[in-house]
Structure formats: C-alpha cells, structure tokens
Design a protein around this ligand. Structure first.
Ligand SMILES: [Mg+2]
Length: 227
C-alpha cells in the first residue's frame, strides 16, 4: 500500500525506541542501575537486580516510571548523573533523521510526544541535535498524564489543535497506540525494531514498521487486518 500522506497534517512521534535506539535505556535500567544499586547497598548483583526490577514493575504505565527524580529518591542513586555518564551511548535509529527530513519536505507538522522526563529529554535532544525538526516537543510531565492515559491525548489535542482523523502516531509501545486509537487518532504504526540489539517485536494489533523508510516509500508491512 501507499501511505496517504495527503490525508495527514500532524505527525506525532515517540522518542525512545521509535526515533532513538532503545538499547541506551535498556542498558541503563537493566544493567547499569542494578550494578550501581548493588555497589551502594553492598548486595550481590542477582539480589540487587531482583529488588530493582520489582520496584520497576510496580510503577509501569505511570509517570513515576520515567520520572528520574522519583528513581533517584527510590533507589538512593543520582540517576541524572548516571545517565549523563553514558550519554555517548545515546544513538538515533539509522532511519530517524531521513524520516524527519522527509516530513519537513512534506511540510507536515511534527511533534515529539514522549513519556520521558524533561531532564532525560534535554540530555537526549542536546546529544542528538534533533530539536530543530519539531514544531512542538511535549513531555507527559507537562500534561500530568502518561501516554497510556487517554487524558494525555485529550489535553494534547487542546495544545496542538490537531484533527485526530488527520493525525499519524508512531510509537514502540502498543499500549500507547491502543490508547491513542481509543481517543480517535486514525493512523497508528508500531515501531517494531526499537533496539538495535534485539530482534523486532511482534504485534498483531497495529501495522508494524521495521524502518520509517517503509512509510516514506509507501511500502508498509501491515501485519494486521485491524486498520
Ligand atoms: Mg518508546
């Protein structure tokens, strides 16, 4: 199929895993933080991992999940400083900049919509130099709700004034896409290849993209009948 670009005004893009390689976040939360936690408490690494992962699980889908100040308090670690220490690992997906340039050529309005905390967002946008591509940058922390909550989309609409039927969202989180669908956003794509170090994720509810080039060249690997 050819993507109907003429039917889209606003393009909403997630950051981590969608534009940026999720390897950075996975390494940070799954490896570095448990290691630092183990050192700080004098625990064996296996036990530290267990404790840290149990705490993560409790906060999934909430704003705490991405609130690095929350995690600094919760784990008694300087999370922003630890992140800044590995900033060299922050990488764009190889297709991201091509797509952002394509959207600019197509004269689409483009918003970055992310659950990332402002401190993380600043670090990543500064490191990657992406800021200039966006008409708007919106963090869930501005709106008071994560993208998994329909109120995020309701408030976002009042800020951007987009027509949901003429809006495209790409995200690597299927729950976020489901919420956006419930709200009424028409064009939804699952970014299946979120980490360079992991195989693409499967999702049966949304058409999947391995690369943005599929949208640019009008070829999509629609894995679902539910369009
Ligand atoms: Mg993401």
């Amino acid at each position: 199929m050819t993507f109907p670009w003429e039917e889209v005004d606003w393009v909403l893009l997630d950051m981590d895993g969608t534009l940026l390689d999720k390897y950075f976040d996975d390494y940070f939360w799954e490896t570095l933080v448990p290691e630092e936690y183990a050192k700080r408490r004098g625990l064996p690494l296996a036990q530290a991992r267990q404790e840290v992962f149990a705490r993560y699980q409790r906060e999934e889908g909430t704003l705490n999940w991405t609130d690095i100040d929350f995690w600094s308090r919760e784990l008694d670690l300087d999370i922003p400083a630890l992140k800044a220490g590995i900033r060299h690992l922050i990488e764009l997906h190889p297709d991201a900049e091509d797509f952002l340039q394509f959207l600019r050529q197509q004269q689409k309005k483009v918003a970055l919509v992310t659950n990332a905390h402002w401190k993380t967002l600043d670090l990543k946008l500064n490191h990657t130099g992406l800021l200039g591509y966006f008409d708007r940058v919106v963090s869930s922390f501005d709106l008071g709700f994560p993208k998994e909550d329909v109120r995020f989309w309701e408030i976002l609409q009042t800020h951007l004034n987009f027509d949901p039927r003429r809006t495209l969202l790409v995200d690597d989180n299927a729950e976020v896409l489901a919420t956006a669908r419930a709200y009424g956003i028409k064009y939804l794509f699952f970014k299946a290849k979120s980490s360079s170090q992991l195989p693409p994720e499967k999702n049966s509810h949304f058409p999947s993209l391995l690369s943005f080039h599929e949208l640019m060249h009008g070829q999509t690997t629609a894995t679902s009948g539910r369009r």
